[in-house]
Ligand binder design. Structure first.
Ligand code: APR
Length: 318
């Protein structure tokens, strides 16, 4: 039987997720949005490319949670982006409310689903989503690290003139200004990035520049677009997680996952490398951090905790 993928939010990322899911034929797709016409229109548009692209999947749009019943995977992008003049807390308040509504909708209809959250502020929203749904922690996960590390790898590939696919790296910590690019755990076409720095193939300052550009990767795109934020690479990242779960690929992917003592962190969602397979998050991969990486990681944890405290002030039930 075909797998069922529900996309909550049919905006920029939601629509792209639907398109990629269809092209990759990973399952039937239901697009859900409170703005019903948007989901139906995008579903119909993508469906009409089936004879050209040769995919045989069902794709539909709805504003009714009953149509999302028994989904295998749910990817959530419902929310509003930050607008000029809006504080981080304002955004948090609005998106928390939306996530609570989404949680109510999916917990009754798809209690067995693997749920991937993309809505920002990511680490806090995914934590709230798990609490609101009560789903097992290994079945609720946030998308951030794949995107952040993909940006890091891409910028490096431009500088080193290497196929971006041949670069392995990851980013740890929260999805925000405090993310930690793991320079010492980066492999470029089989060679350690730190060795390439030593041998002069790339300077330390250039790498630092790329680390900074990665942190601001989302903001750089927002500045160009003027309206809306990134959606192609975020959608690719979400689909990679969904595919690893549906096909039991057991890929090691940086994701926002619930930590229960790993990396010295308890009861918090933070970006770490995890194995995603048919059981959801099957394992948190522990990597030895040097003193500097530990310091940066702790700083990131602090930022996520502070934001979660702000969320608890908005909704004491969290
Ligand atoms: N239930 C379902 N959908 C909702 C709800 C809700 N309660 N509230 C809003 N939406 C829908 C909107 O109607 C809109 O179509 O969520 C969609 C969001 O789409 P966009 O505004 O295009 O945003 P997008 O670029 O897709 O990003 C979505 O992901 O990366 C994050 O920061 C980003 O939080 C944002 C989210």
């Amino acid at each position: 039987m075909k797998k069922k993928i529900t996309l909550i939010g049919a905006g920029q990322i939601g629509g792209t997720l639907a398109h990629l899911a269809a092209l990759k034929k990973i399952g039937d797709v239901v697009l859900f949005d409170v703005a019903k016409g948007l989901a139906t229109g995008k579903a119909l548009d993508i469906a009409q490319s089936a004879p050209i692209e040769n995919f045989d999947i069902k794709i539909s749009g709805t504003d009714n949670y009953n149509d999302t019943k028994n989904s295998d995977v749910i990817i959530i992008t419902a929310g509003v982006p930050r607008k000029p003049g809006m504080t981080r807390d304002d955004l948090l308040g609005i998106n928390l409310k939306i996530i609570k509504e989404v949680a109510e909708g999916i917990k009754k209809t798809s209690p067995e689903a693997f749920v991937i959250c993309i809505t920002n502020p990511l680490d806090v929203i995914v934590m709230a989503l798990q609490k609101y749904t009560g789903f097992s922690k290994n079945k609720v996960v946030g998308m951030a690290g794949i995107l952040d590390s993909s940006r890091f790898k891409y910028f490096l590939s431009l500088e080193l003139k290497v196929n971006p696919y041949k670069i392995k790296s990851f980013v740890l910590g929260g999805h925000g200004d405090t993310m930690v690019s793991m320079v010492n755990h980066t492999i470029v076409d089989g060679k350690n990035l730190s060795d390439l720095i030593k041998s002069g193939n790339i300077s330390q300052s250039k790498v630092e520049e790329i680390v900074e550009r990665t942190k601001n990767g989302g903001a750089e795109i927002v500045k160009h677009l003027q309206k809306g934020s990134a959606f192609y690479a975020p959608a690719s990242s979400g689909i990679e997680m969904a595919e690893s779960y549906l096909k039991d690929q057991k890929k090691e992917l940086p994701c926002a996952a619930y930590l229960q003592g790993e990396y010295g962190v308890k009861d918090l969602y933070v970006g770490v490398p995890v194995i995603i397979g048919k059981k959801g998050v099957e394992k948190v991969v522990q990597i030895n951090l040097d003193e500097n990486e530990k310091k940066l990681f702790q700083n990131s944890i602090k930022a996520v905790k502070e934001l979660f405290d702000a969320a608890k002030k908005i909704d004491p039930s969290l």
